[in-house]
Design a protein around this ligand. Structure first.
Ligand code: FAD
Length: 474
């Protein structure tokens, strides 16, 4: 799809260091975090300004070449890969442009790594609240595009709750600005439309984000259970009691063991599940919440509640949680995960269903959950060299996601639809809703060149979907 004319035009305008066409280098961009899908781009371009992005987009339109924006490539739904098209790699746009403490906001370029922003404002008592577990690698542009969540979403919201404004290069190459340094705007809520649109409606080239004040008090607890259902039932009771922890995370036995073998955090290896609960806010409120939890949990926990006694202790617990998926790499050569969501009272049934699927397919499945949000992460262990196992992993995930829909949940809480779950969109939405989404996409992208074949099932797509589904679905 990449033509000589296109490349000549790019080379005339941009320096060599901004263009990648060497086949070995292109292979590095063939995956994101969704290892099951591979598609080698025809060219990777690394712009360093909004104007340069806009110019590249106009060239792609002129030569009818599909293009996709890419941040750190940690996405788990195949959103930033494209076969033969152009990847617009945003890592050179990595500057924090302004920190405005009086207005509690910052202006950043999309390639800024999530954790760097908090590091930058920490000494002034602020942080950037969205904290995906990938925050030491994933970019704020990617977080906005996926509307990323994380352990602290339960109380502090997802990324869209912290985005005030955006500069966007539209799929026709024009530049537009939405929102501003204030929460309110007179326009249609375009901020929400673009946030979570998975790089299908425009390329975000600047973001105004909200900065949050650090809480006065933070208490972090470890609760231990000899039955998974005791952990999941307790989650519902805590929230019913009016306690909103900032984080309410569940880890099951297989995951605990992987973490312990690898990181030696001090998680109890024989427990069926643990909950990490974090409370934050005013000292008195936090103390009250802690008392409630101690009281309610008595009939559920199998051992005394452990509390982090120092910031080092607290960071250690979070290290165990945030590296849990990575630790699975020590017990299996590969794993495949999804991020289905169920109403909270269906957490126990969905985890039982996952055990059923595990037995049915004879596949090991470990579990991490943002339990307070009903957001599951079954980690399906498979051997990437065994084609049958790859298919089984994909089928296990599909069955679990269909059950989430049946329970009144949704296909994704964090990772997006991308290419991975697009085959299930019509199970989740009726024809009318799909058509509405197609019309919105078409309204922005008449040529269907921006990240085609992702998120919205489009019979006119570029074929990514067909390749993916032919490979794996039954
Ligand atoms: C170990 C691990 C843990 C994770 N934990 C979490 C978690 O807790 N919560 C969570 O939500 N996700 C999580 N993820 C998934 C992933 O990290 C997030 O989706 C993240 O937001 C992706 O950011 P990225 O910079 O890597 O984006 P990429 O993977 O590069 O891109 C993701 C999508 O965003 C689009 N995009 C990227 N930049 C832009 C831009 N500037 N403008 C428009 N579109 C753009 C791409 O086209 C693509 O569709 C995890 C992933 C891993 C590997």
């Amino acid at each position: 799809m990449i033509t000589e004319q296109f490349l000549n035009s790019i080379k005339r305008k941009l320096s060599n260091e901004k263009i990648r066409i060497n086949p070995n280098e292109l292979k590095l961009y063939a995956n994101d975090g969704l290892q099951l899908h591979e598609a080698v781009p025809g060219c990777v371009i690394l712009p360093d300004s909004t104007e340069e992005i806009a110019w590249i987009v106009k060239q792609c339109i002129k030569y009818k070449i599909p293009f996709v924006p890419r941040g750190a490539g940690t996405g788990l739904s195949g959103g930033s890969v494209i076969s033969d098209g152009v990847i617009i790699q945003l890592s050179r746009l990595n500057k924090i442009l302004e920190i405005d403490i009086p207005n509690r906001c910052a202006i950043v370029q999309p390639g800024v790594v999530n954790a760097y922003l908090t590091q930058e404002v920490k000494s002034q008592g602020y942080h950037f609240a969205p904290d995906p577990s990938s925050q030491i690698a994933s970019t704020i542009g990617g977080n906005v595009a996926e509307n990323a969540g994380g352990p602290h979403t339960l109380k502090h919201g997802v990324t869209v709750n912290h985005v005030l404004g955006q500069t966007i290069v539209l799929p026709n190459g024009k530049i537009t600005k939405i929102g501003g340094k204030h929460r309110y705007s007179a326009e249609l809520d375009l901020n929400s439309l673009f946030t979570g649109s998975e790089g299908t409606l425009g390329i975000i080239s600047e973001i105004i984000v909200n900065l949050s004040k650090d809480p006065l008090s933070t208490r972090t607890l470890l609760l231990i259970f000899d039955k998974i259902s005791n952990a999941t039932d307790l989650v519902t009771e805590i929230l019913l009691a009016g306690v909103i922890p900032s984080a309410l995370e569940m880890i099951d036995q297989l995951c605990i063991q992987a973490v312990e073998n690898h990181l030696k955090i001090g998680f109890p290896k024989n427990a069926s599940a643990i909950l990490i609960i974090e409370l934050d806010g005013e000292i008195e409120n936090v103390n009250w919440e802690l008392e409630q939890i101690k009281h309610i949990s008595k009939k559920y926990v199998s051992e005394k509640i452990i509390e982090a006694t120092s910031e080092k202790d607290r960071q250690n617990l979070w290290r165990g949680r945030k590296h849990a998926a990575g630790a699975i790499g020590n017990i299996s050569p590969a794993f495949y995960t999804n991020d289905g969501v169920v109403p909270r009272d269906k957490l126990t049934p969905i985890l039982e269903f996952i055990q059923f699927v595990s037995r049915k397919y004879e596949m090991k499945i470990a579990n991490l959950c943002h339990a307070g949000d009903g957001n599951i992460h079954p980690l399906i262990l498979y051997n990437p060299k065994d084609k049958k196992e790859i298919k089984k992993a994909f089928d296990c995930s599909t069955e679990i996601l269909l059950k989430c829909i049946e329970y009144g949940g949704v296909l994704t809480g964090e990772h997006g639809i991308g290419i991975e779950k697009i085959h299930l969109m019509e199970k989740m939405f009726g024809k009318q809703e799909i058509e509405l989404q197609r019309k919105i996409k078409h309204g922005f992208d008449k040529n269907n060149l921006l990240n085609p074949g992702k998120l919205i099932p489009d019979k006119m797509g570029c074929g990514e979907l067909n390749i993916f589904n032919k490979q794996f679905s039954s």
